[in-house]
Design a protein. Structure first.
Length: 202
């Protein structure tokens, strides 16, 4: 599935230069966006309201694995990019391979750098670059209760029967052990993988 909104950062920089010549303000935000949820949508809507063009940069699959663990991402980078590009508030999507979006920010030089309010202003990667360019960092109020981990936990809790008789890395999850297992972070993350990629006992 293709989208006219998804571009490598270098090509996107050229498009944004054209936008600036038209007097448009460029807003930038970033994240893994592994399982799209209302918290993401709220942040994106608020971000778009700050300017004219909203750019969303997402971590590549390899980057997500380094940050979140081997069981992530749930959706690959192409799937995540396509979902975001389908949103009316998103104008462009790009994918970066590094652990942080610093290099992308240096290349795109957005007028507004937006992050969720769970970040402290001093911890926002690229803040110095944007402010040195005359831009601004904006923190959107954090929407509690929405996260990929929460979704994974909800599935493991409300659909525990899907964990029975499934194998992960050679370990059988049984009815007896399931209650203990699903309460661990490991099980929450692997549980979703098992739901998506089940291996039933033969």
């Amino acid at each position: 599935m293709e989208s006219t909104k998804i571009f490598p950062a270098a090509l996107l920089a050229e498009r944004l230069a054209s936008c600036r010549r038209e007097g448009k303000q460029v807003v930038f935000t970033n994240g893994c966006f592994d399982l799209l949820h209302p918290g993401h949508i709220y942040t994106l809507i608020q971000a778009k309201a700050l300017g004219d063009v909203l750019v969303v940069a997402i971590n590549s699959d390899a980057s997500v694995k380094r940050l979140k663990g081997e069981q992530r991402p749930i959706l690959n980078q192409e799937e995540r990019a396509v979902m975001l590009s389908a949103l009316a508030v998103v104008d462009y999507v790009t994918i970066f391979a590094e652990d942080t979006p610093l290099e992308v920010i240096r290349l795109l030089l957005p007028d507004m750098l937006v992050k969720g309010g769970d970040w402290g202003a001093d911890a926002v990667v690229g803040r110095d670059v944007v402010e040195a360019h005359g831009g601004k960092v904006v923190l959107i109020p954090y929407q509690a209760g929405f996260s990929t981990t929460d979704i994974i936990d909800r599935i493991a809790t409300t659909h525990p029967k899907h964990l029975r008789g499934l194998r992960y890395y050679g370990t059988w999850i049984t009815e007896r052990s399931r209650r203990t297992v699903v309460n661990t972070k490991w099980a929450r993350e692997t549980g979703i993988l098992l739901l998506f990629c089940p291996q039933r006992k033969r």
